[in-house]
Design a protein around this ligand. Structure first.
Ligand code: DGY
Length: 322
C-alpha cells in the first residue's frame, strides 16, 4: 500500500485534472460517473483521507457518523449540499472553488435573461417542430431588455459580474440587495445601487436575478408572498441554488401570470424538474450549466487540486470554508 493520501473523487472530472490528481495521490475515480448513494458516501468518509464531492452529492449529518476523512475538497463554489456544522464538529476541513466560475455563471444568467425576455426557447421549439409559418408583425412578441431595471439578490462576485454585463452591455439600471453593506464606490462601478430589502428590489425591477448562496436562511427566500411583490410582467432568473425559490409557489406565479416568466438553471430536487414547470412556455429551463465550459470545469478541478495539495503539505488550503 502506498503512503500517499487516499482520495475518492465522487464524479467523473475533466481528464487532465484527473491525471494531475493521479500523479500526486492514491486516487479512486468514478469512471462510470454514477452518483454515489448516501450510504456509499458515508463509507467513503470512513475509508479515505480526502473525499472530493460536488453538488450532486448529499452530505447530511448522518454520513459523518464514522468519518475518518480529513478534508472534503468540494468541486464547486456552492457547498450547501454539505452539512458544514456536522463536518466542523468532527474536525473535517472543507474547501470550495470560488472565483473561477464567476464569468461563466454570469454568462448563463445572461443567457436565461435574454432567452426568456425574447422567447428564444419557445421560438426554438417552434422551428424544430416544423411549426413556423413565417415572419409576421405580431409573431412571438417578447420584452425589450435594453434600458430596463435589473434587480440582483446577492452582490458577490457573480452578482457583480451580472451587473457588469447588464449595465455596460444593455444600459440597464441595477439595484441590488446584499446581506452586508457594499461600498457605494464599488457598486457605482456597475451603475448599481444597494437597496435595504429584498422586497424593494423585487418591487422595482423588470428582471430579478438570484446570486445568493443556497441553504440555511435563504431556503425559500423567494416565496409566494415575495413573488407577488414583483411587477406583473417581470422575470425571475435563478442560477444560484434551487432551494432559494419555493418551486411550487413559482409554478403558481407563472401559471397565474403573477410574473411574466422565469429562467432557471437550478431546481429544488435536481435532476427532477416538476412536470408542471416543464409544461409551461413562459419559462426557460437549463440543466445546471452555470459553470459548464471546458475552461471553467478545468479551473475548478485545479482549484480542488491546489486545496488538497496544500492541506496534505501541511499548509492552509487557499479556499477553506470550514
Ligand atoms: C457551483 O460551483 O456551485 C456550481 O453550481 C456547481 O456546483
Amino acid at each position: 500500500m502506498s503512503d500517499r493520501p487516499r482520495i475518492l473523487v465522487t464524479r467523473k472530472w475533466p481528464q487532465a485534472v484527473e491525471r494531475v490528481l493521479a500523479e500526486r495521490f492514491d486516487v479512486v475515480f468514478n469512471a462510470d460517473d454514477i452518483p454515489l448513494s448516501e450510504a456509499a458516501i458515508a463509507e467513503a468518509l470512513a475509508r479515505f483521507d480526502a473525499v472530493l464531492p460536488t453538488v450532486s452529492d448529499k452530505l447530511p449529518p448522518a454520513v459523518f457518523a464514522g468519518a475518518k476523512v480529513k478534508i472534503l475538497g468540494n468541486y464547486g463554489v456552492g457547498y450547501n449540499h454539505i452539512d458544514i456544522a456536522a463536518a466542523k464538529a468532527v474536525g473535517i476541513v472543507v474547501t470550495n472553488t470560488p472565483g473561477v466560475l464567476t464569468d461563466c455563471t454570469a454568462d448563463i444568467a445572461m443567457t436565461l435573461l435574454l432567452s426568456i425576455a425574447r422567447r428564444a426557447g419557445e421560438g426554438e421549439r417552434e422551428v424544430r417542430n416544423g411549426n413556423w409559418t413565417g415572419w409576421r408583425p405580431t409573431h412571438m412578441i417578447g420584452t425589450k431588455v435594453t434600458g430596463k431595471t435589473l434587480g440582483i439578490i446577492g452582490f458577490g462576485r457573480i452578482g457583480q459580474a451580472m451587473a457588469k454585463r447588464c449595465h455596460f452591455g444593455f444600459d440597464m439600471e441595477i439595484v441590488f440587495q446584499n446581506r452586508s453593506k457594499i461600498d457605494p464606490a464599488l457598486a457605482a462601478r456597475y451603475g448599481a445601487r444597494q437597496l435595504d430589502t429584498v422586497e424593494e428590489v423585487l418591487a422595482g425591477s423588470d428582471f430579478v436575478s438570484l446570486h445568493c448562496p443556497g441553504g440555511g436562511g435563504n431556503r425559500h427566500l423567494i416565496d409566494a408572498k415575495r413573488l407577488s411583490l414583483m411587477k406583473p410582467g417581470a422575470f425571475l432568473i435563478n442560477t444560484a441554488r434551487g432551494d432559494v425559490v419555493d418551486e411550487q409557489a413559482l409554478v403558481a406565479a407563472l401559471e397565474n401570470g403573477t410574473i411574466g416568466g422565469a429562467g432557471l438553471d437550478v431546481y429544488e430536487a435536481e435532476p427532477n424538474v416538476p412536470e408542471a414547470l416543464r409544461k409551461l412556455e413562459n419559462v426557460v429551463l437549463l440543466p445546471h450549466l452555470g459553470s459548464a465550459t471546458e475552461e471553467t470545469r478545468m479551473a475548478m478541478g485545479m482549484k480542488v487540486v491546489e486545496n488538497v495539495t496544500a492541506f496534505f503539505d501541511g499548509l492552509e488550503p487557499p479556499d477553506r470554508v470550514a
